[in-house]
Ligand binder design. Structure first.
Ligand SMILES: Cc1ncc(COP(=O)(O)O)c(C=O)c1O
Length: 385
Protein backbone atom coordinates (compact mmCIF):
# COMPACT_ATOMS: atom_id res chain seq x y z
CA UNK A 1 0.00 0.00 0.00
CA UNK A 2 1.41 3.34 -0.96
CA UNK A 3 2.17 5.60 1.95
CA UNK A 4 1.46 8.10 3.39
CA UNK A 5 -2.11 7.22 4.32
CA UNK A 6 -4.54 7.76 7.17
CA UNK A 7 -5.67 4.65 8.95
CA UNK A 8 -8.72 4.81 11.22
CA UNK A 9 -9.71 2.35 13.91
CA UNK A 10 -13.50 2.47 13.92
CA UNK A 11 -13.72 -0.04 16.74
CA UNK A 12 -11.85 2.36 19.01
CA UNK A 13 -14.14 5.16 17.84
CA UNK A 14 -17.17 3.06 18.81
CA UNK A 15 -15.74 2.30 22.25
CA UNK A 16 -14.93 5.97 22.80
CA UNK A 17 -18.47 6.97 21.85
CA UNK A 18 -19.97 4.33 24.12
CA UNK A 19 -17.99 5.70 27.06
CA UNK A 20 -18.86 9.27 26.15
CA UNK A 21 -22.58 8.54 25.97
CA UNK A 22 -22.44 6.68 29.27
CA UNK A 23 -20.44 9.34 31.15
CA UNK A 24 -22.20 12.39 29.75
CA UNK A 25 -25.51 11.07 31.03
CA UNK A 26 -28.07 13.88 30.67
CA UNK A 27 -25.73 16.40 29.06
CA UNK A 28 -26.23 17.11 25.35
CA UNK A 29 -23.06 16.57 23.31
CA UNK A 30 -22.40 18.19 19.95
CA UNK A 31 -19.50 16.77 17.98
CA UNK A 32 -17.16 19.53 16.72
CA UNK A 33 -17.13 18.53 13.04
CA UNK A 34 -14.01 20.57 12.33
CA UNK A 35 -11.89 17.97 14.14
CA UNK A 36 -12.53 15.32 11.50
CA UNK A 37 -14.96 15.46 8.58
CA UNK A 38 -14.46 11.93 7.28
CA UNK A 39 -17.94 10.82 6.15
CA UNK A 40 -17.77 7.33 7.58
CA UNK A 41 -16.55 8.62 10.94
CA UNK A 42 -19.16 11.38 11.02
CA UNK A 43 -21.96 8.91 10.22
CA UNK A 44 -20.91 6.72 13.12
CA UNK A 45 -20.86 9.70 15.48
CA UNK A 46 -24.30 10.83 14.28
CA UNK A 47 -25.64 7.31 14.85
CA UNK A 48 -24.92 7.74 18.59
CA UNK A 49 -27.40 10.62 18.70
CA UNK A 50 -24.85 13.40 19.09
CA UNK A 51 -25.53 16.86 17.72
CA UNK A 52 -23.03 18.74 15.54
CA UNK A 53 -21.03 21.88 16.19
CA UNK A 54 -20.31 23.56 12.85
CA UNK A 55 -18.14 26.55 11.97
CA UNK A 56 -19.06 27.09 8.33
CA UNK A 57 -22.03 26.76 6.00
CA UNK A 58 -20.33 23.83 4.31
CA UNK A 59 -19.93 22.09 7.65
CA UNK A 60 -23.69 22.48 8.22
CA UNK A 61 -24.41 20.88 4.84
CA UNK A 62 -21.87 18.14 5.56
CA UNK A 63 -23.35 17.44 9.01
CA UNK A 64 -26.83 17.06 7.50
CA UNK A 65 -25.47 14.74 4.81
CA UNK A 66 -23.87 12.57 7.51
CA UNK A 67 -27.11 12.18 9.44
CA UNK A 68 -26.89 14.84 12.15
CA UNK A 69 -30.33 16.33 12.80
CA UNK A 70 -30.85 20.01 11.97
CA UNK A 71 -32.45 20.56 15.37
CA UNK A 72 -29.20 19.59 17.05
CA UNK A 73 -26.79 21.59 14.90
CA UNK A 74 -25.16 24.67 16.39
CA UNK A 75 -23.24 27.18 14.30
CA UNK A 76 -20.26 29.05 15.78
CA UNK A 77 -17.57 31.27 14.24
CA UNK A 78 -16.48 34.90 14.44
CA UNK A 79 -16.99 35.58 10.74
CA UNK A 80 -20.20 34.00 9.47
CA UNK A 81 -21.02 35.27 5.99
CA UNK A 82 -24.55 36.27 4.95
CA UNK A 83 -24.73 33.15 2.75
CA UNK A 84 -23.70 30.93 5.66
CA UNK A 85 -26.32 32.51 7.92
CA UNK A 86 -28.91 31.81 5.20
CA UNK A 87 -27.82 28.16 5.10
CA UNK A 88 -28.35 27.92 8.86
CA UNK A 89 -31.77 29.60 8.68
CA UNK A 90 -32.91 27.64 5.64
CA UNK A 91 -32.16 24.42 7.47
CA UNK A 92 -33.74 25.56 10.77
CA UNK A 93 -30.65 24.70 12.80
CA UNK A 94 -30.88 24.64 16.55
CA UNK A 95 -28.80 27.70 17.34
CA UNK A 96 -26.38 30.37 16.12
CA UNK A 97 -23.59 31.01 18.61
CA UNK A 98 -23.11 34.74 18.02
CA UNK A 99 -19.75 36.37 18.55
CA UNK A 100 -20.44 40.12 18.18
CA UNK A 101 -23.25 42.62 18.63
CA UNK A 102 -23.12 43.45 14.93
CA UNK A 103 -23.63 39.77 14.08
CA UNK A 104 -26.90 39.85 16.06
CA UNK A 105 -28.16 42.72 13.88
CA UNK A 106 -27.09 40.92 10.68
CA UNK A 107 -28.74 37.63 11.65
CA UNK A 108 -31.88 39.54 12.59
CA UNK A 109 -32.08 41.35 9.25
CA UNK A 110 -31.46 38.17 7.23
CA UNK A 111 -34.01 36.25 9.33
CA UNK A 112 -36.52 39.05 8.77
CA UNK A 113 -36.09 38.82 5.00
CA UNK A 114 -36.50 35.05 5.16
CA UNK A 115 -39.45 35.29 7.55
CA UNK A 116 -37.65 33.17 10.13
CA UNK A 117 -36.93 33.36 13.84
CA UNK A 118 -33.26 32.67 14.64
CA UNK A 119 -32.44 31.01 17.94
CA UNK A 120 -29.21 32.45 19.22
CA UNK A 121 -26.75 31.89 22.04
CA UNK A 122 -24.26 34.55 23.01
CA UNK A 123 -20.68 33.28 22.88
CA UNK A 124 -19.15 34.84 25.94
CA UNK A 125 -15.44 35.42 26.22
CA UNK A 126 -15.07 34.63 29.94
CA UNK A 127 -11.42 35.67 30.15
CA UNK A 128 -10.39 32.28 31.54
CA UNK A 129 -6.79 31.37 30.74
CA UNK A 130 -5.87 27.73 30.14
CA UNK A 131 -2.75 25.57 30.16
CA UNK A 132 -2.35 24.86 26.46
CA UNK A 133 -0.53 26.18 23.40
CA UNK A 134 -1.21 29.88 22.90
CA UNK A 135 -2.60 29.28 19.39
CA UNK A 136 -5.40 27.11 20.75
CA UNK A 137 -6.45 29.31 23.68
CA UNK A 138 -9.74 30.96 22.82
CA UNK A 139 -11.19 32.35 26.04
CA UNK A 140 -8.98 35.25 27.11
CA UNK A 141 -9.57 38.92 26.37
CA UNK A 142 -6.87 39.15 23.73
CA UNK A 143 -8.54 36.41 21.65
CA UNK A 144 -10.92 37.37 18.87
CA UNK A 145 -13.64 35.03 20.07
CA UNK A 146 -16.91 35.86 21.79
CA UNK A 147 -18.40 38.90 23.47
CA UNK A 148 -16.71 40.19 26.62
CA UNK A 149 -18.51 40.10 29.96
CA UNK A 150 -18.42 43.93 29.92
CA UNK A 151 -20.50 43.96 26.68
CA UNK A 152 -22.90 41.21 27.65
CA UNK A 153 -25.78 43.44 28.72
CA UNK A 154 -25.44 45.48 25.52
CA UNK A 155 -25.70 42.23 23.54
CA UNK A 156 -28.82 41.22 25.47
CA UNK A 157 -30.35 44.67 24.88
CA UNK A 158 -29.60 44.36 21.17
CA UNK A 159 -31.39 41.00 21.08
CA UNK A 160 -34.39 42.60 22.85
CA UNK A 161 -34.55 45.20 20.09
CA UNK A 162 -34.56 42.56 17.35
CA UNK A 163 -37.84 40.88 16.45
CA UNK A 164 -36.42 37.96 14.45
CA UNK A 165 -33.92 36.57 16.96
CA UNK A 166 -34.51 34.97 20.33
CA UNK A 167 -31.94 34.42 23.04
CA UNK A 168 -31.83 30.79 24.12
CA UNK A 169 -28.36 30.19 25.45
CA UNK A 170 -24.88 31.15 26.51
CA UNK A 171 -21.87 29.62 24.81
CA UNK A 172 -18.29 29.25 26.02
CA UNK A 173 -15.18 27.63 24.54
CA UNK A 174 -11.93 28.39 26.30
CA UNK A 175 -9.46 26.39 24.23
CA UNK A 176 -8.36 22.99 23.10
CA UNK A 177 -6.10 20.14 24.30
CA UNK A 178 -6.75 21.02 27.96
CA UNK A 179 -5.64 18.34 30.40
CA UNK A 180 -5.53 20.41 33.58
CA UNK A 181 -9.07 20.01 34.94
CA UNK A 182 -8.64 23.06 37.18
CA UNK A 183 -9.09 25.08 33.97
CA UNK A 184 -12.58 23.60 33.55
CA UNK A 185 -13.32 24.23 37.22
CA UNK A 186 -12.50 27.93 36.74
CA UNK A 187 -14.74 27.99 33.70
CA UNK A 188 -17.66 26.44 35.62
CA UNK A 189 -17.25 29.02 38.40
CA UNK A 190 -17.07 31.88 35.93
CA UNK A 191 -20.22 30.60 34.24
CA UNK A 192 -22.02 30.53 37.62
CA UNK A 193 -21.03 34.15 38.15
CA UNK A 194 -22.28 35.15 34.67
CA UNK A 195 -25.58 33.28 35.06
CA UNK A 196 -26.20 34.99 38.42
CA UNK A 197 -25.31 38.35 36.96
CA UNK A 198 -27.75 37.89 34.05
CA UNK A 199 -30.48 36.51 36.30
CA UNK A 200 -30.23 39.63 38.46
CA UNK A 201 -30.64 41.67 35.28
CA UNK A 202 -33.84 39.72 34.54
CA UNK A 203 -32.35 37.42 31.89
CA UNK A 204 -33.13 33.72 32.11
CA UNK A 205 -31.15 31.31 29.95
CA UNK A 206 -32.44 28.03 28.47
CA UNK A 207 -29.12 26.30 27.85
CA UNK A 208 -25.45 26.70 28.70
CA UNK A 209 -22.94 25.37 26.18
CA UNK A 210 -19.49 24.81 27.69
CA UNK A 211 -17.71 24.11 24.40
CA UNK A 212 -15.04 21.47 23.96
CA UNK A 213 -11.39 21.36 24.86
CA UNK A 214 -10.89 18.06 26.66
CA UNK A 215 -7.36 16.93 25.83
CA UNK A 216 -5.98 13.50 24.93
CA UNK A 217 -2.72 11.74 25.78
CA UNK A 218 -0.44 12.25 22.77
CA UNK A 219 2.63 10.80 24.49
CA UNK A 220 1.06 7.51 25.63
CA UNK A 221 -1.79 6.75 23.25
CA UNK A 222 -1.67 2.99 23.82
CA UNK A 223 -1.99 3.23 27.61
CA UNK A 224 -4.56 6.03 27.47
CA UNK A 225 -6.60 5.44 24.37
CA UNK A 226 -9.70 6.92 26.03
CA UNK A 227 -9.99 10.42 27.44
CA UNK A 228 -11.02 10.77 31.05
CA UNK A 229 -14.68 11.56 30.32
CA UNK A 230 -15.70 10.48 33.80
CA UNK A 231 -13.68 13.07 35.70
CA UNK A 232 -14.21 15.71 33.03
CA UNK A 233 -18.00 15.67 33.36
CA UNK A 234 -17.69 15.38 37.15
CA UNK A 235 -15.88 18.73 37.23
CA UNK A 236 -19.05 20.30 35.85
CA UNK A 237 -21.41 18.17 37.95
CA UNK A 238 -19.53 19.31 41.04
CA UNK A 239 -19.04 22.98 40.18
CA UNK A 240 -21.70 24.21 37.79
CA UNK A 241 -24.79 25.65 39.43
CA UNK A 242 -27.71 25.51 37.05
CA UNK A 243 -31.46 25.46 37.61
CA UNK A 244 -33.53 22.39 36.87
CA UNK A 245 -34.99 23.95 33.71
CA UNK A 246 -31.54 24.72 32.26
CA UNK A 247 -29.83 22.29 29.88
CA UNK A 248 -26.07 21.81 29.67
CA UNK A 249 -24.37 21.29 26.30
CA UNK A 250 -20.80 20.43 25.28
CA UNK A 251 -18.97 20.51 21.95
CA UNK A 252 -16.22 17.91 21.99
CA UNK A 253 -14.00 17.25 18.99
CA UNK A 254 -10.49 15.99 19.72
CA UNK A 255 -11.46 13.77 22.64
CA UNK A 256 -13.92 11.83 20.44
CA UNK A 257 -11.80 11.21 17.33
CA UNK A 258 -8.20 12.00 18.30
CA UNK A 259 -6.98 8.54 19.22
CA UNK A 260 -8.70 6.59 16.45
CA UNK A 261 -6.37 7.71 13.65
CA UNK A 262 -2.79 6.90 12.65
CA UNK A 263 -0.79 8.36 9.79
CA UNK A 264 1.28 5.62 8.16
CA UNK A 265 4.48 6.77 6.51
CA UNK A 266 7.66 5.23 5.07
CA UNK A 267 11.26 6.16 5.76
CA UNK A 268 12.74 7.44 2.49
CA UNK A 269 16.26 8.21 3.64
CA UNK A 270 18.37 8.14 6.77
CA UNK A 271 21.15 10.68 6.82
CA UNK A 272 23.87 11.58 9.24
CA UNK A 273 23.94 15.36 9.82
CA UNK A 274 26.78 17.33 11.44
CA UNK A 275 25.34 16.82 14.89
CA UNK A 276 22.36 14.50 14.53
CA UNK A 277 20.71 11.81 12.47
CA UNK A 278 17.70 12.57 10.29
CA UNK A 279 15.05 10.09 9.24
CA UNK A 280 13.29 11.60 6.24
CA UNK A 281 9.80 10.17 5.80
CA UNK A 282 7.30 10.43 2.96
CA UNK A 283 4.62 12.22 5.07
CA UNK A 284 5.10 15.88 5.80
CA UNK A 285 3.34 18.97 7.09
CA UNK A 286 1.04 18.64 4.07
CA UNK A 287 -0.42 15.46 5.58
CA UNK A 288 -0.15 16.45 9.25
CA UNK A 289 0.20 20.14 10.00
CA UNK A 290 -0.09 20.11 13.80
CA UNK A 291 3.64 19.77 14.59
CA UNK A 292 4.55 22.68 12.27
CA UNK A 293 1.54 24.76 13.33
CA UNK A 294 1.64 24.38 17.10
CA UNK A 295 4.80 22.40 17.83
CA UNK A 296 2.50 19.45 18.59
CA UNK A 297 4.27 16.19 19.51
CA UNK A 298 2.83 12.89 18.32
CA UNK A 299 4.11 9.53 19.43
CA UNK A 300 5.69 7.60 16.53
CA UNK A 301 5.98 3.82 16.35
CA UNK A 302 7.94 1.64 14.03
CA UNK A 303 5.92 -1.10 12.32
CA UNK A 304 7.59 -4.51 12.65
CA UNK A 305 10.18 -3.48 15.25
CA UNK A 306 12.56 -6.43 14.79
CA UNK A 307 15.71 -4.44 15.35
CA UNK A 308 15.32 -3.56 19.02
CA UNK A 309 18.42 -1.36 19.23
CA UNK A 310 17.28 2.21 19.71
CA UNK A 311 18.70 5.37 18.22
CA UNK A 312 17.97 9.07 18.26
CA UNK A 313 16.59 10.83 15.16
CA UNK A 314 14.98 13.99 13.98
CA UNK A 315 12.00 12.58 12.10
CA UNK A 316 11.27 15.02 9.32
CA UNK A 317 9.10 15.31 6.20
CA UNK A 318 10.03 16.00 2.58
CA UNK A 319 8.50 19.49 2.32
CA UNK A 320 10.74 22.48 1.59
CA UNK A 321 10.24 24.10 5.00
CA UNK A 322 12.40 23.70 8.10
CA UNK A 323 9.24 23.56 10.21
CA UNK A 324 8.37 20.31 8.41
CA UNK A 325 9.53 18.18 11.29
CA UNK A 326 7.53 15.65 13.33
CA UNK A 327 9.91 14.99 16.24
CA UNK A 328 13.37 16.21 17.21
CA UNK A 329 15.82 13.93 19.04
CA UNK A 330 13.25 11.12 19.04
CA UNK A 331 14.37 7.74 20.38
CA UNK A 332 13.05 4.82 18.36
CA UNK A 333 14.23 1.40 17.05
CA UNK A 334 16.98 1.85 14.45
CA UNK A 335 15.51 3.06 11.16
CA UNK A 336 16.40 2.14 7.58
CA UNK A 337 15.07 3.08 4.18
CA UNK A 338 11.71 1.36 3.59
CA UNK A 339 10.70 1.05 7.26
CA UNK A 340 7.10 1.95 7.96
CA UNK A 341 6.16 4.20 10.85
CA UNK A 342 2.84 5.03 12.43
CA UNK A 343 2.35 8.58 13.64
CA UNK A 344 -0.22 8.13 16.39
CA UNK A 345 -3.25 10.13 17.59
CA UNK A 346 -3.90 11.95 14.35
CA UNK A 347 -7.68 11.45 14.29
CA UNK A 348 -8.37 15.08 15.24
CA UNK A 349 -7.13 18.09 13.28
CA UNK A 350 -5.08 15.79 11.05
CA UNK A 351 -6.73 14.86 7.78
CA UNK A 352 -8.89 18.02 7.88
CA UNK A 353 -5.79 20.18 7.54
CA UNK A 354 -4.26 18.30 4.58
CA UNK A 355 -2.96 20.66 1.90
CA UNK A 356 -1.51 20.27 -1.57
CA UNK A 357 1.43 22.58 -0.88
CA UNK A 358 4.41 21.54 -3.07
CA UNK A 359 1.67 20.09 -5.33
CA UNK A 360 1.49 17.00 -3.17
CA UNK A 361 -1.09 14.28 -3.70
CA UNK A 362 -3.72 13.95 -0.97
CA UNK A 363 -3.18 10.95 1.29
CA UNK A 364 -5.57 8.01 0.97
CA UNK A 365 -7.75 6.84 3.84
CA UNK A 366 -8.14 3.29 5.10
CA UNK A 367 -10.17 1.77 7.90
CA UNK A 368 -8.88 -0.98 10.06
CA UNK A 369 -11.23 -3.95 9.76
CA UNK A 370 -13.19 -5.21 12.72
CA UNK A 371 -11.24 -8.49 12.64
CA UNK A 372 -7.78 -7.01 12.20
CA UNK A 373 -5.62 -7.03 15.29
CA UNK A 374 -3.33 -4.17 16.12
CA UNK A 375 -0.37 -6.36 15.22
CA UNK A 376 1.83 -5.22 12.41
CA UNK A 377 1.79 -5.65 9.48
CA UNK A 378 -1.79 -4.83 8.58
CA UNK A 379 -3.40 -7.74 6.83
CA UNK A 380 -6.80 -6.42 5.86
CA UNK A 381 -7.91 -2.92 5.12
CA UNK A 382 -10.78 -1.46 3.16
CA UNK A 383 -10.23 1.41 0.77
CA UNK A 384 -12.99 3.98 1.16
CA UNK A 385 -11.86 7.10 -0.66
C1 LIG B 1 -16.26 26.77 19.24
C2 LIG B 1 -15.56 25.46 19.36
N1 LIG B 1 -16.20 24.45 19.97
C3 LIG B 1 -15.62 23.24 20.10
C4 LIG B 1 -14.34 23.00 19.63
C5 LIG B 1 -13.76 21.63 19.80
O1 LIG B 1 -12.67 21.64 20.63
P1 LIG B 1 -11.91 20.28 21.01
O2 LIG B 1 -11.58 19.61 19.74
O3 LIG B 1 -10.74 20.73 21.76
O4 LIG B 1 -12.86 19.47 21.86
C6 LIG B 1 -13.64 24.03 19.02
C7 LIG B 1 -12.25 23.81 18.57
O5 LIG B 1 -11.45 24.63 18.41
C8 LIG B 1 -14.27 25.31 18.87
O6 LIG B 1 -13.64 26.33 18.28
Amino acid sequence: MRTPYYLYDLKLLDKTLQQLVFESNNYKIHYAIKANTDIRINKIIASYGLGADCVSGNEIKHALKCGFKAESIVFAGVGKTDQEIEIGLNNDISCFNVESIQEIEVINSIAKKMNKLARIAIRVNPNVDVDTHQYIKTGVNENKFGISIENLIDAVSQIDLCRCVELVGLHFHIGSQITNFRNFEFLAKKVNYILDYLYNEGVDIEHVNLGGGLGIDYENPQQNSFPDFHNYFNVFRDNLKISSHQKVHFELGRSIVGQCGDLVTTVLYVKEGASKKFAIVDAGMTELLRPALYGAKHSIEKCLPINLKKEKYDIVGPICESSDSFRKGYIIERLSRGDQLRIKSVGAYGQVMVSSYNLRDNPKVFYQNEGVSNDYPLKQTIVMN
